[in-house]
Design a binder for this molecule. Structure first.
Ligand SMILES: [Zn+2]
Length: 349
């Protein structure tokens, strides 16, 4: 078990032994010499978060520490060696991310999955690390589910964030079937209709070389369009390793409108000083027409501000596209780099 991981050289475990589990202790660890930042995986106990596992970034190393089920002390699970130093983005002890770039992105992601598996096999926490297997599970569950509209009994209305709409989600397979806006049920047919979605739209409209097609950019402040983005990003989770939903408070999106219908989108955000592409998705019926490439090319041209932009877990469908654009733009345009953020997790038990 964890005692196998104990080594003589683990100074950090002594710090944990003296100070562990409360916010004060995260701060103390963060201030330990050489430590760049600490990402906690925590449980909420008596309304107060207490951390159980900590990822400690120190230069080109990240160490995962957790509580030994035998001694109750913190022990090392594993240390990850990186090619380059990670980057720490922090707005507080419970809100720190460790960011991995380029070759290190894949290493960081696998590391997180190994640590999650290790914790799962030793504790009764439910952790769902994003990953290919999880998305295959979502897809196969949805393929087997009988749900097909907002009117099914199994589909229930949920509040999402602080937006003006609610979403209709199947309680079995978690698929989103529509939204409620202004007290009305809105089905996908309407949500993807450009005339309806763009009624109050005041934002960038990007002309492209296709006669009946154009792109629009939203900053997350257009409820109708955000409603359609919820559906699109929910569908994209079935085939993407990135499992986050579209977040209108933090992300922006470029949408492809073809023949009066919303056909696909690209979303991004700008944490700290760089830009990260989050999702790229084209609805199955609109594929093989180059829409994804058009979205990326126009995004690069209009909205990319740096020499490098980051990709959050591209899938097998989009990797070749980014590789091709990188080759083409290498000398005179921005190129892509993979990115992975190790984030705090509120563990369920
Ligand atoms: Zn379902």
């Amino acid at each position: 078990m964890y005692s196998d991981f104990l080594t003589e050289s683990m100074d950090l475990t002594r710090v944990f032994h003296l100070f562990f589990r409360t916010e004060r202790e995260i701060r103390s660890l963060t201030q330990t010499e050489g430590v760049d930042g600490v990402v906690p995986w925590y449980v909420t106990y008596n309304d107060e978060p207490r951390f159980h596992t900590a990822f400690v970034a120190r230069g080109k190393q990240v160490t995962a520490l957790t509580v030994s089920p035998e001694s109750g002390e913190f022990v090392e699970i594993e240390t990850l060696e990186l090619e380059n130093s990670s980057f720490v983005s922090s707005t507080g002890p419970w809100m720190t991310d460790i960011l991995f770039f380029g070759e290190d992105a894949m290493r960081g992601r696998r590391f997180k999955e190994r640590v999650a598996n290790s914790i799962r096999s030793n504790f009764d926490f439910r952790i769902t690390p994003p990953g290919r297997k999880t998305n295959e599970e979502i897809k196969s569950r949805r393929d087997r589910c009988q749900c097909n509209s907002v009117n099914d009994d199994i589909v229930e209305k949920e509040q999402t964030g602080d937006g003006p709409y609610k979403i209709f989600r199947c309680q079995n397979c978690k698929k989103i079937h529509g939204i409620e806006l202004g007290g009305k049920k809105i089905t996908p047919r309407k949500l993807f209709d450009a005339d309806w979605a763009l009624e109050d739209f005041r934002g960038d409209i990007v002309e492209i070389d296709e006669e009946n097609d154009y792109l629009i950019k939203t900053d997350g402040k257009h409820p109708r369009i955000v409603g359609s983005l919820h559906l699109l990003s929910d569908a994209s989770m079935e085939e993407s390793e990135y499992s986050g939903a579209f977040d209108p408070n933090e992300q922006m999106a470029l949408l492809y409108i073809a023949d009066g219908r919303i056909a696909g989108f690209l979303s991004w955000n700008e944490p700290v000083q760089f830009q990260v592409l989050r999702q790229l998705y084209v609805r199955p019926e609109a594929r093989r027409r180059g829409f994804a490439e058009t979205l990326v090319r126009h995004w690069i041209e209009r909205y990319c501000r740096n020499d490098v932009y980051f990709l959050d877990q591209p899938n097998d469908l989009s990797r070749p596209l980014f590789a091709r654009l990188d080759d083409e733009l290498a000398s005179n345009g921005p190129t892509s780099k993979e990115y992975f953020a190790l984030q705090p997790v509120n563990l369920e038990y």
